[in-house]
Write a protein that binds this ligand. Structure first.
Ligand code: RNT
Ligand code: ZN
Length: 425
């Protein structure tokens, strides 16, 4: 068990930290109220290694693969909800939960993906309502026999294409039902694995088919107060190293011409390319964006998000320009080699810390230096403020929000592991 400073010590540190920030012209209480208004969408799939609970033998595939076999993973939707609730209890603020279609509850019946309906998510909706969570949604266009060819919405087989179009249409309706029930629009994000392992001859035809298929998916008008559509690009995946149909250029064009949200996944670009610099470029043309905050290590490895430079840069772009109402922040990682609840909590707390640090930035001073052409002061100040006492502010925020402070949450996860996870077969 780890120990941490007392509540009194934390409050004292906070008082000092607030004075330090005030000296830089930063209003700490204002930063904290803004932080409290920013929801993070926790992805359900960290809880069971992207398995889902359909009545079929779980299949991997689609170029995404969790690695590791840490014991205690959720085996049922009830267990996943229980684990997610535990994770949420260790994270300050009010957040959202992001569900994939493969997490349907069909009461033992075999319901294929194109037949899914809101009733198959009724228990998820009730759960989210009870906890005061918003929810987001995703069609599952992988881990299914009709995705085995490596092609779904862009398949050359009209029957396969039709099946996935029907699935995505069903998912938008489910998204709308979720949005209606919870009083907050669901962002329904379409990601497909379609692509080729080796050099294709025809890069064009699948993309033409994908445009048509997406247009068919989005034909039905749905009130944006209930459901928002997003499309997610990718550069490569396992088994699609040479060609991905839904590339960045493809979906940027699609989103701009069809007025859809674009999803920027931090792992879906060249390894040295980051999403932070894409945010304001895309928002010059689109009203809203969805982020899949992830951490690629050498490739799109979906490691747990940590407080690194990339994450901080993303948060800075959101906060400096006041984009938080136009950007939906979703997480996307899956690590099966560590405690899955700890993975959720580590990643979400890191995202919130990055936002808090951005909110505590004396941006006006940095901007003034930049406007004056004083790039020396800009760089020097950027370095100095890295060591301002943001940790003291974060600890106090956790304390005030009634969630474990510092290492306390690690102890709580260990306890849960002993009490609950260890008893799972
Ligand atoms: C895959 C995409 C996609 C998935 C989830 C499970 O590369 O990032 O978002 O991770 O839909
Ligand atoms: Zn993603």
């Amino acid at each position: 068990m780890f120990s941490r400073p007392t509540d009194l010590q934390i409050e004292r540190s906070f008082a000092v930290a607030s004075e330090v920030y005030a000296a830089y012209g930063v209003d700490v209480p204002a930063a904290l109220s803004r932080l409290a208004e920013i929801p993070i969408s926790l992805h359900c799939w960290q809880g069971d290694d992207v398995g889902g609970f359909e009545n079929v033998e779980a299949q991997s595939g689609g170029g995404i693969q969790a690695t590791g076999n840490y014991p205690g993973k959720a085996r049922t939707a009830d267990e996943l909800r229980q684990d997610a609730e535990k994770a949420l209890s260790l994270i300050p603020g009010r957040h959202r939960f992001n569900l994939h279609a493969m997490y349907a509850e069909t009461n033992g019946k075999c319901v294929d993906r194109n037949e899914l309906a809101p009733e198959h998510f009724a228990r998820w909706i009730d759960w989210a309502k009870a906890l005061g969570l918003g929810m987001d949604f995703n069609p599952t266009c992988f881990a299914h026999p009709k995705a085995d060819s490596g092609f779904t919405l862009s398949s050359a087989d009209a029957g396969v294409r039709r099946f996935w179009i029907e699935h995505c249409i069903a998912c938008r309706r489910i998204g709308a039902a979720i949005g209606k029930a919870l009083g907050s629009p669901a962002v329904t994000n379409v990601w497909i694995p379609d692509g080729m392992k080796d050099i294709p001859i025809d890069r064009n035809a699948p993309r033409q088919r994908l445009v048509e298929a997406l247009d068919a998916v989005f034909k039905e008008e749905i009130d944006p107060k209930l459901n928002l559509d997003a499309v997610e690009s990718k550069l490569f995946g396992i088994g699609s190293e040479c060609y991905v149909v839904g590339s960045h250029e493809f979906y940027l064009g699609y989103a701009v011409t069809r007025k859809k949200l674009l999803t920027l996944d931090a792992g879906h670009f060249h390894p040295t390319e980051t999403i932070a610099d894409k945010i304001c470029s895309v928002l010059a043309y689109l009203p809203e964006l969805l982020l899949h905050v992830s951490r690629g290590v050498r490739w799109d490895s979906d490691h747990v998000v940590i407080l690194n430079d990339d994450l901080r840069a993303t948060a800075e772009e959101i906060i400096r320009h006041g984009f938080e109402k136009r950007i939906h922040i979703g997480l996307d990682f899956f690590d099966a080699s560590i405690n899955r609840i700890a993975a959720w909590v580590t990643g979400t707390r890191a995202m919130l810390k990055a936002i808090l640090i951005a909110l505590l930035e004396p941006t006006h001073l940095l901007r003034a230096a930049e406007d004056a052409g004083d790039y020396t002061a800009r760089l020097a100040l950027l370095e100095e403020i890295k060591t301002l006492p943001s940790g003291a502010v974060w600890d106090c925020y956790c304390l005030e929000r009634g969630v474990p402070v510092g290492t306390d949450w690690i102890n709580a996860v260990k306890q849960y592991e002993n009490d609950v996870l260890a008893k799972r077969g």
